[in-house]
Design a protein around this ligand. Structure first.
Ligand code: ME8
Length: 511
């Protein structure tokens, strides 16, 4: 069976989850569910990043140990994900033994390849970003005088300590060649160009150990040093795949989903580490955009971070999932607003899909006692509807390969609109009045069968609502996780004589 491996970033345990974390994780979940539906052997990995100076500091501020802080925050993640219908196969904590083994092994391989040397680091460090900076980089960003991080704008620290270095520069040419030869390696295109420009600008060796704090994984053979948190964190993707002792059947990863803020780590440092260690590179790294909330940037100081558990008090998981992936093209920045969510819900879910299902099943009950009858002959309009459904299936598959969730949903919505037009054009109520039973049966069959296939495509996005919709269509409880496109995705699988349930509204209008 062909495998499919999708990962999210592992989230820092210095803070509670917010809508940005939920976004990446929901996107990864949709891919995982889609490829399970497509019959692939899926590994969907998420987890938490527990080490580093930032977490240690956050713990100190609260007067607890970093391990205690991690334990508390990890519970928040572990309980949040099921309530958003996240179906991860594994959850990694970087404090686990399996991960420490993987990181130590990666370090040994980098060392054995001659990619690591000991030196002295004397420059700047941003703790919130866990990122090294040079004075020149600060100057270029206009922050030389106030000593602020070019990425997040917060104060950087002067660091002066013995450190191990990774010979990043040695892999510059190999990385450039890889990016140029593999146009799909980094998405979207604009981010790929950004990385190309950055790498072409030259790669400096990277400091990969610290001696001034202890919360991390020690350097093998030199425990006064802890391994740089990004070397530690990136390796989680290998740990999850079973490195170093497992079968690694899911490696290389099909896609690392990340936010645009951590692109350089994933598209530069990570592939260089893998090149040095002689491990195949992930097939793709995709960086999505950032959300603002009601027009404002989320920030700790403003205390305006949108918490998914609060959101779930107002809206169900499927609605949140649908909105996040539909509202903004994946890869672009976007704004989360309650008004926009309600608007999308009312137009596309309540009106378009909800209405199509409701009116189709109502008419089936009114005119044929809920029973589907055999189709004798198809007219052009019927064939067009079938063709639209089949084209949607191909387009959705193509969009999913490119993580273009908004496109996939648009293809589905366009068939929903087609279905609603088909109802108007073929006016089953008129066919009933005219006593045209054959044509009426054909039209109702086409409606219900196209709905079944529309709902099937929506399963990865809305696993709860689709189960309810399919239960009405199939007149039986539906285990959406057991569905397969190869078995259930063909047109015409609903048999004559099949009885559908009476509809009840799945998407009641929001006020
Ligand atoms: O960076 N909009 O963890 P982190 C959208 N531990 N997504 C957002 C967002 C926003 N406003 N804010 C954050 C780390 N994110 C490292 C990762 S991976 C080996 C280590 C999302 O807790 C986005 O996915 O800071 C971003 O990349 C991630 O949260 C960063 O989470």
């Amino acid at each position: 069976m062909q495998s499919y491996y999708v990962s999210t970033p592992i989230y820092y345990v210095n803070d509670e989850p917010h809508v940005g974390h939920a976004y990446t994780t929901i996107a990864a979940d949709v891919l995982a569910r889609y490829y399970r539906l497509a019959g692939r052997d899926v590994l969907f990995l998420t987890g938490v990043d527990e080490h580093g100076q930032k977490v240690e500091q956050a713990a100190n501020e609260r007067g607890i140990t970093p391990a205690a802080l991690a334990d508390a925050v990890v519970d928040g993640y572990r309980s949040l994900w099921p309530s958003l219908e996240i179906s991860n196969d594994d959850f990694i904590r970087t404090s686990e033994d399996r991960h420490k083994r993987a990181v130590s092994e990666i370090w040994r391989r980098l060392d054995a390849a001659g990619a690591i040397y000991k030196g002295f680091y004397e420059d700047l460090y941003c703790v919130p970003c866990e990122t090294y900076w040079t004075a020149t980089q600060l100057k270029d960003a206009g922050h030389a005088d106030d000593k602020r991080c070019p990425d997040c704008g917060r104060p950087v620290q002067q660091v002066k300590e013995e450190s191990y270095f990774f010979r990043l520069g040695n892999y510059q040419e190999a990385l450039l060649e890889h990016i140029r030869n593999n146009p799909d390696f980094i998405g979207p295109e604009s981010r790929r160009n950004e990385v190309l420009r950055f790498v072409e600008g030259g790669l400096r060796d990277l400091s990969v150990s610290r001696t001034t704090f202890t919360w991390g994984i020690p350097v093998p053979g030199d425990p006064a040093h802890v391994i740089y948190v990004w070397i530690d964190a990136l390796t989680n993707y290998l740990t999850g795949a079973g490195f170093p002792d497992g079968d690694m059947r899911h490696w290389p990863c099909d896609v690392h989903l990340i936010g645009k803020d951590i692109l350089r780590f994933h598209a530069v440092y990570w592939p260089c580490m893998l090149l040095a260690a002689g491990i195949p590179l992930p097939k793709r790294v995709y960086a999505h955009g950032w959300w603002t909330v009601e027009g404002e940037k989320m920030s700790k100081s403003k205390g305006n971070a949108l918490r998914p558990d609060k959101l779930l008090e107002e809206f169900d998981a499927d609605t949140i999932r649908y909105f996040l992936l539909r509202e903004v093209p994946f890869g672009h920045d976007g704004d989360f607003s309650h008004a926009a969510l309600k608007q999308r819900y009312n137009t596309e879910l309540a009106n378009d899909i909800g209405n199509l299902l409701n009116r189709s099943l109502s008419m089936l009950h009114k005119y044929q006692d809920g029973v589907l009858a055999a189709v004798d002959s198809e007219e052009a309009a019927d064939r067009e509807l079938v063709a639209a459904v089949e084209a949607m299936q191909r387009s959705v598959d193509d969009a999913m390969q490119r993580q273009a969730f908004h496109e996939a949903l648009e293809h589905i919505q366009s068939v929903v609109r087609h279905g609603n037009r088909y109802v108007e054009d073929n006016a089953p109520w008129a066919l009933f009045k005219q006593g045209n039973a054959d044509r009426l049966a054909t039209v109702l069959y086409h409606l219900v069968e196209s709905l079944r296939l529309i709902v099937l495509q929506l399963v990865p996005f809305m696993p709860v609502k689709t189960a309810v919709m399919l239960a009405q269509i199939m007149n039986a409880e539906q285990q959406v996780n057991a569905l397969l496109l190869s078995e259930h995705g063909g047109w015409g699988l609903l048999a004559a004589g099949h009885v559908c349930a009476r509809p009840s509204p799945v998407f009641p209008r929001m006020e």
